[in-house]
Design a protein around this ligand. Sequence first.
Ligand SMILES: *Cc1c(COP(=O)(O)O)cnc(C)c1O
Length: 360
Amino acid sequence: MSRAVRAEIGLSALRRNLLRVRALAPGCPVAAVIKADGYGHGLIRVARALSGADAFAVACIEEALCLRDAGFSHPIILLEGFFDSSELKVIARHELTAVIHHEWQLCLLERSASMTPIKAWLKVDSGMHRLGFPPEKSVAAWQRLSACANVANPVVPMTHLASADDPADDRTARQLARFDTTTATFGTGCSIANSAAIMGWPQTRRGWLRPGIMLYGVSPFICGRGEACQLQPVMTLHSALIAINYFKRGDSIGYGGSWQCPEEMPVGVVAVGYGDGYPRHAQPGTPVLLNGKPVPLVGRVSMDMITVDLRSQPQAAIGDPVVLWGRGLPVETIAEHAGTIAYELLCGVARSRVRFIETE
Ligand SMILES: *Cc1c(COP(=O)(O)O)cnc(C)c1O
């Protein structure tokens, strides 16, 4: 038998989660965000399952071209636009939509030789202070883009919210007000909402929606759980027990000997580690599902293995099935135990090492 670690990708969960977006914001076009290899789930398989979306959004032209090569004719939004002038012709040829977030991109478009006009969204920085034109420069930028012969009209204004994952944070309302004031005269569509906004900020449910994490069944909220948002987990990371060993009180387990057995006890070894994308910072006590029931992680996470406390399952046997996250164990829980967010865990599953299996 080969090493048991595998990521099961549930395609019907992806479709259900897209329907959840549609139910929350009926009539709004949806740009499914599938950057970073579909949040680590596999770009093309995710795009196939979500082909009912109105558009796809990715981070770079390479991801967009993978989609075009696979035959997808949907609009594709490049969330950071182009990175240099060489990409402009490719964008035009493949009818991609470029987000224009900076003066240098605008100048480049204006100075480029005449080409097939490209579709563009204008990124307004309403307060996140990462990408985008400041509000006071956004009207002029929109006018220049709209007048640029290399750009197709209409130019859709967009913005990104920094704190929508916290329903108590009043910065979201301030960002929205700034965006609305800035774009009031444009008379075009718009795009505001990521997953957290779609779920938690009804006033952002207009224009193009940009859901990412919720499509993968994960709650966009701090301390949230997908299930409570009526989302279904898409990825389940599986492995198996490869050893059971018995130790005495005071014996230390794993690298650094940082965890000691409080009594005589069985310790199980599971074939998964940070080399597979299981977070090295997962703390002792992080739940691991063994035979469908939680057992706590003990000791440090190694590259290929983790160790678990088997006192609650003395009947466990080598080969027994283990779930690290997914159905029955929210990835959000593991992220909390590891001091990170579910996005990072999903994106970090090692594609070179973990077998990906599609199920319905
Ligand atoms: C990644 C991204 C999204 C999706 O965010 P989620 O929190 O995963 O829903 C939306 N918009 C932009 C600009 C992004 O970069």
